[in-house]
Structure formats: structure tokens, C-alpha cells
Design a protein around this ligand. Structure first.
Ligand SMILES: [Zn+2]
Ligand SMILES: [Zn+2]
Length: 455
């Protein structure tokens, strides 16, 4: 019997600043180190003060900011730490983290957010020099002396995303990171571990644990519905706006749209995409071997660049002719390209705004989706409220996270002794703990809590 300790530094019973500390065999491992998407300043950081010993190594599952956004801060506290992730994720972190510095500097300047930036461009550079990008399915020793071995397995979520397999002597841990079991347009779904690997402890994401999944439409059915909705708007002279995350959703949606255009399921109109999404797209192009065999990644120059959306004339010009715009941010945070474009679109009745990813109830995107025509809301801060005339606001389901049905399938396959549910709101984590495999010991620890797990 071998015991492993698990501590939540962030992302326990919430979609937070995901970061966990796992220790055993005299080795301390940080799993992910992200920033909280809904908090600002130092409150957005994982709580590193909980650590009772310095970590030996940090492993990063993928490049979304809620998983890697605090890595430069972590390295400032522990400059000797080594960081490992997958090869594409190093390039993605480079883009995402420098962008985070710019966003934090802007928020400090324009809104006086205290504590920003949490780190500078130099810190990002230092962190990346300490970060090694490894291939998937490659087993490595965590440190020179440590008996613990680790391996990244493709998670199927976004480019370079990995699940992390940790082999302590007598205790195997499997961390899902963000996981998707079904194929997307570009990513191949996660391949379940081979039967020979006996997982003792599963650390399982729970993002969609509170969402009914039995009556969900299939991926292809949803694409057909999406195509029909876009066609209706474009044929009546309107513009379609698809707010999308820069990493993952942007590239998936652009390629779905390109396929629909080629197969004449939608009119042949220009397709635009915005800044950071294009930068990440280039990393997709450089790492074709990490995409699924079904992927047919289109060259980036098939999509035109959205101009400066902070100039009202530029947006008006964009809205003159039917076109499709895929722009960040996915949840339409105020002042981002998707919000600035939507601000002009909602004044007219002929356009369509189609959300395709997760929408937190506290975001502008969620409020806009659920608003009535005639409601007023601001799209930038500071800024005036705009009267919503546009009725065609819809939601399509193209998740890059496993449904709860798929998570149960994963759990059944792995049949672990312990399951630790993380990275989900309380109702999601509770549903998972109540409905997953009866034999396992189940835990849903909160921030700061340490649990001892026995193999
Ligand atoms: Zn993610
Ligand atoms: Zn996540």
C-alpha cells in the first residue's frame, strides 16, 4: 500500500485557478497552475501559501489560461522549478501568457485593477526557458533522484492537450486535465488507457457534470442546425458573428465553416477571424501530427483578418455585406472584439449572433443570449447601454469537454480505487460524486483541503 497526498491550490468545487499539489515517494508535483477566469488581481492566483514543502516539478496539461496562466508567477516563487508539458503547448503558452501580460497591463491602466500585472513579459520568458515540451506517450522520470515517472496522453480537448499519468511506486495516478472523448473537427477524442494500466487514483475534471447529456444532439446534427441558421441570416443579407475562444474553439469553428462552404451547405461568403485566434491557428498549422487523422486544416489565409474593431467605422464597413466573423472572446467579455462587433450588430434585426461554447452566467455573452429585444446593456466599460433590437441570438453545442455520460464511461473503464472530482461548479462535482462508479472512494475537496489517498 502506498499513500499519495492531494491538495487543492485552486479549482476545487469550482472552475477556478486550476492547480493541485500531489506528493508521494518524497516527490512534490504541481499539476497545472492557472488563473481564475472570474477573479481579478491577486485573487485570480492559486493559493501557493498552502504548500507545506517546495514543489520539485510542475506539469501543465494544456494552454488554456485557467490551467497555465499562473506558471510565470509560480516560477517567480520557485525559480529552480522544472516545468514539463507537451511540445505544442510550449508554443501555445508563449502566445497565451504574453497576451495575458498585455491584457493585465491594459486592465491596470484603464480600470485601475490592483495587483496587475501579476507578472511581466520577462517572467514569461524565464518561465518558458524552464519549460520542456515533450511528445505524447513518452515516459520520463520527474527528477534525477525521483522514482516517480510521468507520461502525457492525448486528452482530445485542444491542440497539445494532455492527460497526465503519474506512476508512484505502488500507486498510479491519472489526471484528466480537460478531456474530450469524442472526435471534433480537428482533434481526435481521447483514447482510453490500455487495460494493462491499473489506475489507483483518478483526478477527474467535472466541467459538464451538471448538464443533462442523454438527449443532446449528435455533433453532425448540431453542425447541420448551425449551417441552416447561418444560411438563413446570410441569405437575408445579414452577418453572422460567432464568439469563440482563441485556443481550440476558434480553429475548430473556422474549419467547420470552411467544410460547410466547400460542400455548399452555406453560401460562399467571406469568413473573418480575429487576432489571438489567428496566432494560435499558426501553431495548429505547425503541429499537424497532433491533429486527428480526420482533420483537414485549411490554410490560415483562407480566412480574412478582422480589422481594428475599436473604430466604429471599421465595424460598420464589416457589417455592410453578408459574411461570417469568428472573434474572441468566446463568452463575449466586455471590450473584446466579439463584444465590440456585437455592440453594432444588435442595433439591427438582420444579423445573427451564435454562441458555440461554454457561457458562464456572469458574462455579457450569457446576458445577451438571454436578453429580450428592447433590453439595454453596455458592451464596453466604461460605455453607454445599447438597445437590443436583434432577436436572432442562439446557442449551439460544440463542447470540447466530455459529457457526464462520457466521464462515467471513462470511470467505468479505469475502475479506480479513488476518484477526486475537481474543476467543476459545486452542482457538477456533486452530481459526479453521487452518480459515478459505486465501488470507488469519492472525494470533492475544496480549496486548501488535503486528502490522503491509498492504493
Ligand atoms: Zn481547457
Ligand atoms: Zn479547464
Amino acid at each position: 500500500m502506498s499513500t499519495v497526498e492531494f491538495t487543492v491550490l485552486g479549482g476545487g468545487t469550482e472552475i477556478g485557478a486550476n492547480s493541485y499539489f500531489v506528493s508521494g515517494a518524497d516527490t512534490g508535483i504541481i499539476l497545472d497552475c492557472g488563473l481564475h477566469p472570474k477573479k481579478e488581481g491577486r485573487d485570480a492566483l492559486p493559493d501557493l501559501s498552502i504548500l507545506t514543502r517546495p514543489p520539485d516539478v510542475a506539469l501543465v496539461s494544456h494552454g488554456h489560461v485557467d490551467h497555465c496562466g499562473a506558471v510565470p508567477y509560480l516560477l517567480r516563487q520557485f525559480p529552480g522549478l522544472f516545468v514539463y508539458t507537451t511540445r505544442p503547448t510550449v508554443s501555445i503558452m508563449d502566445r497565451m501568457l504574453h497576451n495575458s501580460v498585455s491584457v493585465m497591463e491594459m486592465l491596470e491602466r484603464n480600470q485601475g485593477v490592483r495587483g496587475y500585472p501579476l507578472y511581466g513579459h520577462d517572467d514569461v520568458g524565464f518561465a518558458l526557458r524552464r519549460t520542456d515540451g515533450l511528445e505524447m506517450d513518452y515516459e520520463f522520470a520527474l527528477t534525477y533522484q525521483s522514482p516517480v515517472r510521468a507520461e502525457f496522453r492525448s486528452a482530445g480537448h485542444v491542440l497539445g492537450s494532455a492527460c497526465i499519468l503519474l506512476q508512484f511506486p505502488g500507486h498510479t495516478v491519472f489526471y484528466t486535465g480537460d478531456i474530450c472523448l469524442t472526435h471534433q473537427e480537428l482533434m481526435r477524442g481521447h483514447d482510453l488507457l490500455e487495460e494493462a494500466i491499473q489506475v489507483d487514483t483518478l483526478i477527474c475534471e467535472s466541467t459538464r457534470g451538471a448538464q443533462e447529456s442523454d438527449d443532446e444532439p449528435s455533433y453532425e446534427d448540431e453542425i447541420e442546425r448551425f449551417a441552416a441558421a447561418m444560411t438563413q441570416v446570410l441569405e437575408s443579407g445579414g452577418v453572422v458573428l460567432v464568439p469563440a475562444f482563441a485556443l481550440g474553439r476558434n480553429q475548430e469553428i473556422l474549419n467547420i465553416i470552411a467544410r460547410l462552404k466547400r460542400s455548399r451547405m452555406i453560401p460562399r461568403v467571406p469568413v473573418y477571424s480575429s487576432g489571438l485566434g489567428r496566432a494560435i491557428y499558426e501553431i495548429y498549422s505547425d503541429n499537424l501530427d497532433y491533429l486527428g487523422p480526420q482533420a483537414n486544416l485549411r490554410p490560415l489565409d483562407e480566412f480574412e483578418r478582422v480589422g481594428n474593431v475599436w473604430e466604429p467605422d471599421a465595424v460598420d464597413e464589416l457589417l455592410e455585406e453578408p459574411c461570417i466573423i469568428v472573434a474572441t472572446s468566446g463568452m463575449m467579455v466586455e471590450n473584446t472584439p466579439s463584444a465590440m462587433i456585437a455592440k453594432e450588430m444588435v442595433r439591427s434585426t438582420r444579423h445573427g449572433i451564435f454562441f458555440v461554447g461554454y457561457l458562464d452566467p456572469d458574462t455579457l455573452g450569457y446576458r445577451l443570449l438571454h436578453a429580450n429585444t428592447g433590453d439595454k446593456m453596455p458592451f464596453e466599460t466604461p460605455g453607454r447601454s445599447v438597445n437590443i433590437r436583434l432577436a436572432n441570438r442562439q446557442r449551439f453545442h460544440f463542447s470540447a469537454h466530455a459529457s457526464r455520460k462520457d466521464l462515467r464511461r471513462l470511470i467505468e473503464h479505469l475502475n479506480p480505487k479513488n476518484i477526486v472530482f475537481v474543476h467543476g461548479d459545486a452542482p457538477a462535482v456533486e452530481w459526479m460524486a453521487a452518480n459515478a462508479n459505486g465501488r470507488a472512494r469519492k472525494f470533492s475537496p475544496m480549496l486548501g483541503q488535503t486528502i490522503a489517498l491509498e492504493a
